[in-house]
Design a protein around this ligand. Structure first.
Ligand code: NAG
Ligand code: NAG
Ligand code: NAG
Length: 264
């Protein structure tokens, strides 16, 4: 199987972009997804990013791997992946159905802050943000209490549909408390009535968010969606949602606007 790594990232208050690394021939096409290989590629990616040495990734992915940043193909050697960034926080979700991973990486170095989201597909902010992210509970959800793949995906899609569908907001299973870090803003105050409904779109006649690519991890209640945020100057966007008991608890959004500040 080939693999793709797709990374949107936010740098300080400026939104930069996603990159994608690709190409990892795992066993044969007919076999099911090899979880060990997903772990190996995700770990190699983190190791490569930490020291800024792409060779560490070359060892586990195919020679022809593809790389995308902000939804655009580019040479990994000139991208964020070639910078040495101390990774203060790292969390990886595994989707053995899509044979893909989503990793969130936070670099809190004040001189060089980043939040990076990376999808690796095997197949055919800053210090303040770190504090908040680490406050969240991202423990695995006990077996028997997990939502289905379809339920998790539908919640993520409903959230992304709010710009183009007036009924979508009602289809989002808004949970409480719910927190949504976005660039330097954070909707959660650590209170039981924190809501992610704050600031949701009121204009439902905008262009739909397209080119959605999913990584769904039922054991974590998570869906990572990479997409094009069409009306936001075609930003490369990463939306990650966590459901607990069918209710939305966290949303992490990383729009990349090609080095410009994301605004309408
Ligand atoms: C699964 O991947 C691991 C790590 O790449 C590899 O060592 C192992 O042989 C693979 N297993 C199968 C059944 O392909
Ligand atoms: C990058 O990693 C490779 C493989 O481990 C190693 O041979 C090479 O010396 C490293 N390059 C740098 C600049 O550290
Ligand atoms: C809603 O968005 C559409 C598409 O960008 C735009 O044409 C329209 O003027 C907007 N409506 C309002 C009330 O802002």
């Amino acid at each position: 199987m080939a693999s793709i790594i797709n990374i949107p990232l936010v740098m300080g208050l400026l939104s930069v972009a996603p990159h994608a690394v690709c190409g990892h021939p795992l066993a044969s096409l007919a076999t099911s997804c090899n979880r060990s290989a997903l772990v190996e590629a995700a770990d190699a990616y983190i190791a490569a990013q930490t020291v800024g040495n792409i060779s560490l990734l070359d060892q586990v992915v195919a020679r022809d791997w593809q790389y995308k940043e902000n939804n655009k193909n580019r040479d990994a050697r000139g991208g964020v992946l070639s910078k040495s960034l101390g990774t203060d926080h790292r969390r990886t979700n595994f989707d053995v159905v899509a044979c893909a991973t989503y990793s969130e990486v936070i670099v809190s170095d004040p001189a060089n802050p980043y939040v990076i989201g990376t999808q690796i597909r095997h197949d055919p902010t800053d210090g303040l943000k770190l504090e908040y992210v680490l406050q969240e509970n991202w423990d695995p959800i006990p077996e028997g209490k997990r939502d289905s793949r379809d339920v998790i995906k539908a919640a993520g899609d409903a959230h992304l549909d709010m710009w183009s569908n007036a009924a979508a907001a009602d289809a989002v299973p808004w949970g409480m408390p719910c927190a949504r870090p976005e660039e330097s803003a954070y909707t959660g105050k650590g209170r039981p009535d924190d809501s992610c409904k704050t600031g949701i779109p009121s204009n439902h006649s905008q262009a739909p968010n397209t080119w959605r690519r999913y990584v769904i991890d039922e054991s974590m209640g998570l869906v990572s969606i990479f997409c094009v945020w069409n009306h936001m100057i075609m930003a490369a966007d990463s939306h990650e949602s966590r459901l607990e008991g069918g209710q939305l608890r966290y949303i992490h959004t990383m729009p990349g606007c090609g080095g410009q500040r994301c605004s309408l």
